[in-house]
Design a protein around this ligand. Structure first.
Ligand code: F0G
Length: 488
């Protein structure tokens, strides 16, 4: 070691991996952490379904980023100057302007949220026997396609299902599989190809711009339409400019424009993309616009408010402009990346590389001793809530459906999703979430399975109720008390 004036000089290495927040927090909401005994009571009365918990019993709400991202000061201030009108509002004009600037689309049909866009697109284009190839489904997308008589085909590459991978674009569609599927099914039975940006259910994994260009080429070859689910488009564009050699150093805005230009229809949940409310369907085609336009006043509201308040139209218009600001868009992916790498260091199985939306813990490995028929991911989500007061979301077989014979269709992945909504949590809260998960991992053998006691016929994960197969939740609380003493 070098000596300066007789003292050992310490070589200083600046850390480059601190996920810095490029914002300050000026409005806050208080949180409470209820004791572990209360958490057990709460999850029991919620039917071991975290959707049915009340926020009074939740410390960190990592259920979703939908409608829970922090809004900006600019978004909130715009809400005060909304031009309230049933028809012809000037606020809607601002939204049109934002969509043209950010997505390069001249028509916009506002709707009350993302699934309402899926309802309208499905009503307009899906009929009995329709087949929709895609990278991966989202729960509400699948339900809308099925309810209109269609089926889906998920044409991902095998890498997409690998939990720990270094593949930067696990959300890609396999072009060979797609072409084979089109030839076998007949292009006349395919109303559109769907690409979901930052593919939600496989861990928020993006697709590359190169892949989207290849899929567009195939769509053109067979005269097919390409529909982009842009609910997490900002993050997907961020991953492209950071992970795809050809686009490194480009702006998020230019990548967004290229992505949208490749799609005939772009739809999104504004609850995610702009951290406000609402959703929209955008296109440049007169024909497509006219095919969907009449459905908006029927299901949503007039064409200039789409079922949400004009204040929310203002927040959406401003939020869209913020989607091209890399400092804003990267905040959640950076925190996710940090959390994923820390959990991996502890040997906890998580989807890698880190994607958008949240950190995804692999329940298949975490609770390998619980059979898949006893809803591994749902069991882990309940156990984690008991251990930490953190609300995650089940993304596995409980979020799936049953086949014609009433058997569970097992999900390819059993994930516990811990969402990191944009600009909501601090790094110490993330550290707490990691620490409690580490404790649970060391006590994972205590976690047991669940079974349904009340099962709705569609989207059962929202309101279904379950019960533990034995007394495992009580044993978990006992172990918690032994290790944590009096603390919560
Ligand atoms: N598409 C994707 C990719 C989504 O992630 C969502 C919602 C929707 C469509 C539907 O939008 O909720 O506004 O009706 N995802 C939320 C989530 C619910 O928690 O992942 P919505």
């Amino acid at each position: 070691m070098e000596k300066i004036n007789g003292n050992a000089a310490v070589k200083f290495f600046a850390r480059k991996d601190i996920p810095l927040e490029m914002h300050k927090v000026r409005i806050v909401q208080s949180l409470k952490l209820v004791p572990v005994e209360r958490r057990l009571e709460a999850i029991r009365s919620a039917g071991f379904n975290t959707f049915l918990l009340g926020t009074e019993d939740i410390f960190l709400d990592m259920l979703t980023d939908s409608g829970t991202n922090a809004m900006s000061d600019n978004q909130i201030s715009k809400m005060f100057v909304a031009d309230d009108a049933y028809a012809g509002s000037q606020s809607f004009k601002k939204l049109e302007k934002s969509v043209l600037e950010v997505f390069g689309k001249k028509y916009i049909l506002p709707v009350h949220q993302g699934r309402a866009a899926e309802n309208i697109i499905s009503k307009a284009f899906i009929k009995e026997g329709s087949l929709v190839p895609m990278n991966y489904h989202f729960t509400t997308t699948l339900a809308h396609i099925q309810i209109n008589g269609g089926k889906i085909a998920e044409l991902f590459r095998s890498e997409a299902m690998k939990i720990k991978s270094t593949d930067p674009f696990k959300g890609n569609i396999d072009p060979e599989k797609l072409e084979k599927f089109i030839l076998e099914s007949g292009p006349e039975n395919i109303p559109f190809i769907r690409m979901e940006a930052s593919t939600n259910l496989i861990g928020g994994q993006p697709f590359s711009l190169k892949n989207m260009k290849e899929i567009r080429k195939i769509a053109d070859k067979y005269g097919l339409m390409l529909v982009l689910d842009a609910s997490l488009i900002g993050e997907n564009a961020y991953f492209i400019v950071n992970r795809e050699e050809e686009y490194k150093g480009q702006t998020i805005h230019s990548v967004l424009l290229s992505m949208c230009d490749l799609a005939d229809i772009v739809y999104f949940s504004a609850r995610k993309v702009t951290s406000s409310r609402g959703g929209a369907i955008c296109t440049n085609s007169d024909e497509l616009y006219n095919k969907m336009k009449h459905l908006v006043p029927l299901y949503e509201g007039f064409l200039t408010y789409g079922g949400i308040s004009i204040r929310e139209i203002e927040a959406m218009a401003q939020g869209l402009l913020e989607t091209i600001d890399e400092d804003i868009v990267k905040q959640s992916p950076l925190f996710i990346d940090y959390m994923v790498r820390e959990l991996d260091k502890l040997g906890i199985p998580v989807v890698m590389p880190g994607g958008a939306l949240g950190c995804h813990v692999d329940a298949t490995q975490f609770v390998a001793h619980v059979p898949q028929s006893q809803y591994q991911a749902a069991a882990l989500v309940s156990a984690y809530y008991i251990a930490a007061g953190v609300r995650g979301m089940e993304r596995g077989t409980m979020s799936s459906t049953r086949d014609e014979n009433g058997n569970d269709i097992f999900s390819e992945m059993e994930l516990m999703r811990l969402a990191l909504p944009r600009r909501v949590f601090t790094l110490s809260q993330v550290e707490y979430a990691i620490d409690r998960l580490n404790w649970l991992y060391h006590n994972r053998k205590l976690i047991g399975g669940l079974r349904f006691v009340e099962e709705p016929p569609v989207l059962r994960f929202f309101t279904g109720r379950l019960e533990p197969v034995n007394e495992w939740p009580e044993k978990l609380v006992e172990a918690f008390r032994k290790d944590f003493g009096e603390s919560l």
